[in-house]
Design a protein around this ligand. Structure first.
Ligand code: TMP
Length: 261
């Protein structure tokens, strides 16, 4: 598949055109940002791990009937995905209160929620991705009522599946962010899951120790982000080498795989 021109560059990924108008290539960068771009860094090997972890989760979701944009992983940093029009909403799903929810509403950190809580944020960096209500989505036609109902059903199934998948490997799924898009090629504007699901977009705590195995290691300056992401990949059965691989080893791994191709 021929990689064409850059269509879009986000904080952690780049989208390239391909010779097929319905498909694009998603490239995972090593860049890490937090607090609406106020904190920035590059963490060698992060993109490689997110590519693999997201591929694993989206492939599993596909198998339980959750339609998503993943076609196939191309190499250590790239995947072929279906071209969608992204709905400009970040759908945040919470099982345990932490992060912005605790700050905003004064809820005690670590409170287990009696039901999954879905929150909506407008995808707009200039405005700082503000929290919005369902009524805003409908009033401003960011999604229709039918689309929203479908997305909510998908979200709850995704959450159920992911809680179980992570529980099976000793990890608590605290919260995560999802994005959805309209599939233009279907001619029906069908809604599918898009973007990525990785430790960049989830909060993952070790079931026994509550150790953070996600991007909070960067947000809160906890260090050892690559070993934590590697631990997640290893527990999911994606990487088979030792848990504590360094960034250098992840980079080596990507070059070994490239040579083998
Ligand atoms: P929050 O507590 O900062 O609102 O984040 C909730 C979850 O959503 C957490 O798992 C991180 C994820 N998230 C993103 O992936 N991207 C974002 O831009 C935001 C605000 C949250």
């Amino acid at each position: 598949m021929k990689k064409g021109k850059k269509l879009y560059e986000g904080k952690a990924k780049i989208i390239y055109a391909t010779s097929d108008k319905d498909l694009v290539i998603q490239y995972f960068k090593d860049d890490a940002t937090a607090y609406n771009n106020l904190k920035k860094s590059s963490i060698e090997g992060k993109g490689v791990l997110n590519n693999r972890i997201s591929e694993h989760i989206l492939t599993n979701l596909s198998q339980i009937g959750i339609k998503n944009h993943l076609v196939k992983r191309l190499n250590m940093r790239e995947q072929v995905i279906k071209f969608v029009e992204i709905i400009p909403i970040e759908f945040v799903v919470r099982n345990v209160a932490t992060g912005s929810l605790t700050k905003r509403l004064g809820i005690e950190d670590g409170t287990v929620l009696k039901e999954p809580l879905i929150e909506y944020c407008l995808k707009d960096d200039k405005l700082g991705d503000p929290l919005i209500a369902e009524e805003h989505i409908l009033t401003f036609d960011w999604a229709s009522k039918k689309e929203l109902e479908k997305v909510k059903k998908m979200i709850l199934r995704i959450n159920d599946f992911m809680i179980g998948m992570f529980r099976g490997v000793g990890i608590k799924l605290i919260d995560f962010k999802l994005e959805f898009g309209r599939l233009k090629s279907s001619g029906k504007n069908e809604i599918i899951l898009a973007d990525e699901i990785s430790p960049d977009t989830c909060r993952l705590w070790d079931s026994i120790t509550d150790k953070k195995l996600d991007k909070d290691r960067f947000r809160k300056d906890l260090g050892d982000l690559i070993p934590a992401y590697t631990e997640v990949a290893k527990r999911l059965g994606i990487l088979h080498e030792q848990a504590n691989v360094s960034a250098v080893n992840v980079t080596k791994l990507s070059s070994v795989k490239r040579k083998r191709k």
